[in-house]
Design a protein around this ligand. Structure first.
Ligand code: NAD
Length: 647
C-alpha cells in the first residue's frame, strides 16, 4: 500500500508509504487522490492531513519509474495538487525529514503547512537540468518571495525549514511531534459541525509578497549567478524565466509557461547528461560479487599513517564527518608541520565564514597527532599515505599487520603501486583495499576504491558505506597502473603534449578544452603559465624530432584529448578494471572537472556515435604521432555494431 488512510477524531490522515523516500510514483499519486475523495465523501471527516512514513515527507518523483509509462500515467502530480487545492475540507501537510522536488510541490498545494524545523526543503530539479514541473516555480515565490524563490529554484539549494521561518511558507514550525501538531492544527482550522463552509487559502490565489516595484534586478542577478556557476546550462536560466513570467502574467499563464519550459528542458542534451550522472552515481555503489545485504564492519576510529599532503586532507575528511582520527608519523617535524597545516586550513574555513569557530575546534580536537605506531592498534581502519615507495610501504604494512586488531581494514592511498603486492606484505590480504583519495583530499569528491584480488566483499561493502558517510563519490576500480582516472588522464596529457610538438600552443590547448567545458585545461592543471620560453623550447624540440608544425584547429584539439580518454576507457572497460561505462563517467565528473552537462567521456562518446569516434582515431593514426593510437577492440566492435558503452 503506498498511501495509508486512517482516521483521527474527525481528521483523515493520509500517510505516504513508498520507501525509501515516499517517491510520488503512480500508486502513490493515485492513493492521494483516492484518499482525498474518500475524506470528502465522509461527513464524519472535517479535515485532511498528509504526511510521509519513515525517513521522509516525500523526496519527489519515484526514480524507479523514470522512463516507464507509470511516470506519465494519470493522475499526474499537477492533477493531484489540484485535487488538494479544490478540497472543500482543509488539507494540512505535515512535513518532516525531507520535502523535496515534487514532494515540496505537493505540500505547496495543501492549504496549510506544518513543518518540523529540521526538514530539508528544496526544489532541486535544476540539478538534473530541469525545473520543477508541477507548479513549484509559481507557488514558491508566492510563499517565500521572489528573491528567495529564485535562489532556491535556480540553484536547487536545500534549506532547513526553520531557516524559512520568516517567510509565509509554513503556518507553524515545531521542533517535535510534527504529526500531533498538524492534527491539532487541522482541527483548529476546520469548521465545526453545522457551521458554514469556508474557503481555505491556496498559494495560487496569494499575491506576490515582495512589494518590489521592479524585480528586474533580481532576475538579472540570478541569471548572472547561473552563467557564472552553471556555465552553459540552460535549466537555471529557464527557472528564472518561469518565475519572471508568472510574476508578470499571473498564476495560470505562469503554470502553462512552466510546463512548456519543462518539456523543452527534458529533451536537452544537458538534462540527459545530468540524469545519466544521477543514475550512474547510484549504479556505482553496486559491486559485482558484493550483495546488497553484505554485512559491514563498524568503523568508529580511524588512523592515518603519514602527515604529508594527502595524509592531512584524509585526516580532515574523517574529522569533518565526526570520526576520531589518529595521525601517525615517524618524523616529528613532518608531524608538527602537517598538524599545523590542518589547523591553518580550518582557520581559513572559519575566516571565510564557511565554518563556525567552535565547530572548527571540535573537528581539530578529533585529530590526534602521534609519533607512536602503538596508537593505531585500536583503529578500525588504517589509511596509509606515506611516500610512494614500495620498500617504505612494505615496512609500514608489515608493521601494521603485526600490531592492528583482527578485523581492522588496511587501506593504501597509493597512486601507482600494485595493491596486490601491498596486500602480500600482510598475512591478511582480504582486509587490504585501496582508498585512492584525490588532492586536496578534504575537498575532492572522488574516491577510487581499489579492489585487490583478495579484498573481501565485507571490506568493500564497509568502505563504500564509509565513503558515503564522509561525503565521497566512490567508484570501484580493479588493480592496474593508474587505476581508472589517472590511467586515462595519462593518455589525454600525452596527446596534449604531442599537439604542442605538432603546432599548438599551451594556451590554445587549454582554451579549446575549457571552451568545451572542462574546469581547467591540461597545461593550467600543471601550472604552465603562458611563456615565450616554453613555446621556443617546444618549437626547437619539434625541429629536432623532424615534425613539421602546422595550424591545429580547436575541434581537433578537443577530439584528440577526449578520444584519448574514450579509447583508454574502452580498454579499461574490456579488462574489467571498471565494471561499467558509467563508473568511468563518474570518475571524470567527480574527479577531473569533466563538464557536468556532458555526462562524462563515455556518455559523450555514445552521443557522438562510436563509429564517429573510431573513424576519427583512424584519421589521427595518419598524423606525425599517429603510431600512439590504436583503436581499442571494444570501441571497434561497438562502432561496427552501432552499439554504445552505456547500455
Ligand atoms: P608526502 O611526501 O607529502 O607525505 C608522505 C609523508 O609520509 C611524509 O610526511 C613522511 O614523513 C611520512 N612517512 C614516510 N614514511 C613513513 C612511515 N614509515 N610512517 C609514517 N609516516 C611516514 O606524500 P603525499 O603526496 O601525501 O603522498 C602519499 C601517498 O598518497 C603516496 O602513496 C601517493 O602516491 C599518494 N597520492 C598522492 C596524491 C597527491 O596528489 N600528492 C594523490 C593521490 C594519492
Amino acid at each position: 500500500m503506498s498511501v495509508e488512510y486512517t482516521e483521527h477524531e474527525g481528521v483523515a490522515l493520509l500517510t505516504l508509504d513508498n520507501p525509501p523516500v515516499n517517491g510520488l510514483g503512480h500508486a502513490t499519486r493515485s492513493g492521494i487522490v483516492e484518499g482525498v475523495s474518500r475524506a470528502q465523501a465522509d461527513p464524519a471527516i472535517r479535515a485532511i492531513v498528509i504526511t510521509g512514513a519513515g525517513r521522509a515527507f516525500s523526496g519527489g518523483a519515484d526514480i524507479t519509474e523514470f522512463n516507464t509509462p507509470k511516470a506519465t500515467a494519470e493522475p499526474m502530480l499537477g492533477a493531484v495538487i489540484q485535487t488538494l487545492e479544490n478540497s472543500s475540507k482543509p488539507v494540512v501537510a505535515a512535513l518532516h525529514s525531507v520535502a523535496m522536488g515534487g514532494g515540496l510541490e505537493l505540500a505547496l498545494g495543501a492549504h496549510y503547512r506544518v513543518a518540523d524545523g529540521a526538514t530539508q526543503i528544496a526544489l532541486p530539479e535544476v540539478k538534473l537540468g530541469l525545473l520543477p514541473g508541477a507548479g513549484g516555480t509559481q507557488r514558491l515565490p508566492r510563499a517565500v518571495g521572489v528573491e528567495l524563490a529564485l535562489r532556491m529554484i535556480a540553484t536547487g539549494v536545500a534549506l532547513p525549514a526553520r531557516q524559512l521561518a520568516d517567510t509565509t511558507l509554513f503556518d507553524a514550525i515545531v521542533e517535535r511531534d510534527v504529526l500531533g501538531a498538524a492534527l491539532a492544527f487541522a482541527r483548529e482550522v476546520s469548521p465545526q459541525a453545522g457551521a458554514r463552509a469556508v474557503a481555505h487559502p491556496r498559494l495560487r490565489d496569494r499575491a506576490l509578497l515582495d512589494g518590489q516595484a521592479d524585480p528586474a534586478a533580481l532576475y538579472e542577478a540570478a541569471r548572472a549567478l547561473a552563467r557564472r556557476t552553471m556555465k552553459s546550462q540552460p535549466a537555471p536560466l529557464k527557472c528564472v524565466d518561469a518565475i519572471e513570467f508568472g510574476v508578470r502574467e499571473g498564476f495560470d499563464a505562469g503554470l502553462r509557461f512552466e510546463r512548456e519550459c519543462f518539456v523543452a528542458l527534458v529533451a536537452t542534451p544537458e538534462s540527459r547528461a545530468l540524469r545519466h550522472a544521477f543514475f550512474a552515481e547510484r549504479a556505482a555503489s553496486k559491486i559485482a560479487g558484493v550483495a546488497g545485504d553484505t554485512p559491514t564492519r563498524d568503523i568508529a576510529a580511524v588512523a592515518v599513517v603519514g602527515a604529508g599532503t594527502m595524509g592531512r586532507g584524509i585526516a580532515m575528511c574523517f574529522a569533518d564527518a565526526g570520526v576520531p582520527v589518529v595521525l601517525v608519523e615517524t618524523d616529528a617535524e613532518a608531524l608538527q608541520h602537517g598538524f599545523a597545516a590542518i589547523d591553518t586550513l580550518y582557520r581559513g574555513q572559519v575566516a571565510a565564514g564557511k565554518l563556525a569557530a567552535a565547530e572548527a575546534e571540535r573537528r581539530l580536537a578529533l585529530i590526534r597527532p602521534s609519533l607512536a605506531y602503538e596508537d593505531l592498534a585500536q583503529a578500525d581502519l588504517i589509511v596509509e599515505a606515506v611516500y610512494e615507495d614500495a620498500a617504505v610501504k612494505q615496512q609500514v604494512f608489515e608493521k601494521l599487520d603485526a600490531m592492528v586488531q583482527p578485523g581492522a581494514i588496511l587501506a593504501s592511498n597509493t597512486s601507482t603501486l600494485d595493491l596486490n603486492r601491498i596486500a602480500g606484505f600482510t598475512r591478511r590480504p582480504g582486509d587490504v583495499v585501496g582508498l585512492h583519495f584525490f588532492s586536496p583530499a578534504n575537498v575532492m569528491k572522488l574516491l577510487e576504491v581499489v579492489r585487490g584480488a583478495q579484498t573481501t566483499p565485507e571490506v568493500l561493502a564497509s568502505v563504500m558505506k564509509l565513503a558515503r558517510k564522509i561525503g565521497k563519490t566512490a567508484v570501484v576500480s580493479g588493480v592496474c597502473d593508474g587505476f581508472i582516472g589517472n590511467r586515462m588522464i595519462e593518455q589525454y596529457l600525452r596527446q596534449a603534449l604531442f599537439m604542442l610538438e605538432e603546432g599548438a600552443t599551451p594556451r590554445q590547448v587549454d582554451r579549446a578544452i575549457e571552451a568545451f567545458g572542462f574546469a581547467m585545461g591540461p597545461f593550467r592543471m600543471r601550472e604552465a603559465r603562458p611563456s615565450a620560453e616554453v613555446d621556443a623550447l617546444v618549437r626547437a624540440h619539434a625541429v629536432a624530432s623532424g615534425i613539421a608544425r602546422r595550424a591545429i584547429a580547436d575541434e581537433e584539439i578537443v577530439e584528440r584529448l577526449l578520444f584519448a580518454l574514450v579509447n583508454e576507457g574502452a580498454l579499461i572497460l574490456e579488462e574489467g578494471i571498471a565494471a561499467r561505462a558509467s563508473d568511468i563517467d563518474i570518475v571524470f565528473l567527480a574527479g577531473y572537472g569533466f563538464p557536468a552537462g556532458r555526462g562524462g567521456p563515455m556518455f559523450h562518446a555514445d552521443g557522438l556515435g562510436l563509429a564517429y569516434v573510431r573513424d576519427a582515431i583512424r584519421r589521427f593514426q595518419a598524423q606525425p604521432n599517429g603510431a600512439t593510437w590504436q583503436v581499442a577492440p571494444l570501441l571497434d566492435r561497438l562502432a561496427e555494431a552501432g552499439g554504445r558503452f552505456n547500455r
